[in-house]
Ligand binder design. Structure first.
Ligand SMILES: [Zn+2]
Ligand SMILES: [Zn+2]
Length: 314
């Protein structure tokens, strides 16, 4: 692929984020960094270094809706903006969607036994929205679709880390733009996010994520351009390491279920040092392991006075 990597600063703990400029029949930017002034300057100079101007970008494609990737869609008013349908809710930020999102989290947190005093702190969305762009998508990308302007470049829907997550595979070179599906130095967190359709249940992010890693494995990609850190070549080996680690951690969670517990109780035990500062993230991780255990038939769940309790079955 004729690809140019642009490293962009972010104010998030994850550090820099990568954007990619791809020259085909048209000029496409994959991901656009968070909406900060510093990132805008870095994006502009990165595009210049590749020999183009901001106005030359004809398409901006988002791997997923997280603010470290989807901020500067606002910098390309002349371009087509493409991504999974779910991204559009986050860019449009209608009061109805924000209300739906907040109510989803309130309901989930109560079910997981989180005390009321923590709930609003987790639900507050302001930080997350401030660095997101507000230019809606001009077109949705479907699973399996070929990207216009790039013959042979195909999108694969890979949810888990985000409900909107897509990767883009070039069938000629067998290289792919991978977003946050698989990263060099850190495990991609299977974040709990509201389902795309109100009538659906909460997505089981870690189970989805493992399925998405299996999709990536089957593609036998030669080189993966990642959302954070370096490009990857030993992809299948890293996938096995990530999945094994999750399974190992899930077994540790199972050990803690000698007596039935809820998600909040388990999170306090598993992440005693950090759970108060990173409650949303640590709860997501605990829920992920429990979803995995439920999926393999190792636990059952009972609703007691509005809170879900997990029982060990094996
Ligand atoms: Zn992400
Ligand atoms: Zn990211």
């Amino acid at each position: 692929m004729d690809i140019h990597k642009i490293i962009l600063p972010t104010p998030y703990p994850v550090g820099d984020v990568n954007a990619f400029l791809l020259k085909g029949d048209c000029l496409t930017l994959f991901d656009a960094g968070p909406k900060t002034e510093e990132t805008f300057e870095a994006l502009k100079s990165g595009i210049h270094e590749a020999g183009y101007k901001m106005e030359d970008v004809e398409q901006v494609i988002l791997t997923h809706h997280h603010p470290d990737h989807a901020g500067w869609v606002d910098a390309f008013p002349q371009a087509q903006i493409l991504g999974h349908e779910y991204v559009d809710h986050w860019l449009k930020q209608t009061p109805e969607f924000i209300h739906y999102r907040n109510e989803f989290y309130r309901k989930q947190l109560r079910l997981q036994g989180v005390p009321e005093r923590y709930i609003e702190k987790i639900v507050q969305v302001r930080d997350e929205l401030e660095m997101l762009g507000t230019t809606p998508l001009t077109k949705y990308i479907q699973d399996g679709e070929e990207i216009s302007g790039h013959p042979g470049l195909k999108a694969y829907y890979t949810p888990g880390h985000a409900q909107s997550h897509l990767i883009f595979v070039d069938e000629k070179s067998n290289e792919a733009i991978g977003g946050d599906l698989l990263l060099e130095h850190i495990a991609s967190n299977p974040l709990v996010e509201p389902p795309i359709d109100l009538s659906f249940d909460r997505p089981k992010s870690l189970v989805q994520y493992h399925n998405s890693l299996e999709i990536l494995k089957d593609l036998n990609i030669s080189k993966l351009y990642t959302g954070h850190g370096g490009d990857l070549v030993n992809i299948n080996q890293l996938i096995s390491i990530r999945i094994e680690k999750d399974k190992h951690r899930a077994m540790e969670v199972l050990e803690l279920l000698s007596t039935p517990k809820n998600v909040f109780e388990l999170t306090m035990t598993l992440y005693a040092q950090v759970f108060k500062e990173q409650l949303g993230l640590t709860l997501s991780k605990t829920i992920g392991y429990l979803d995995y255990l439920e999926n393999v038939g190792a636990v059952k769940i009972e609703l007691i006075e509005g809170v879900l309790y997990y029982y060990r079955l094996t």
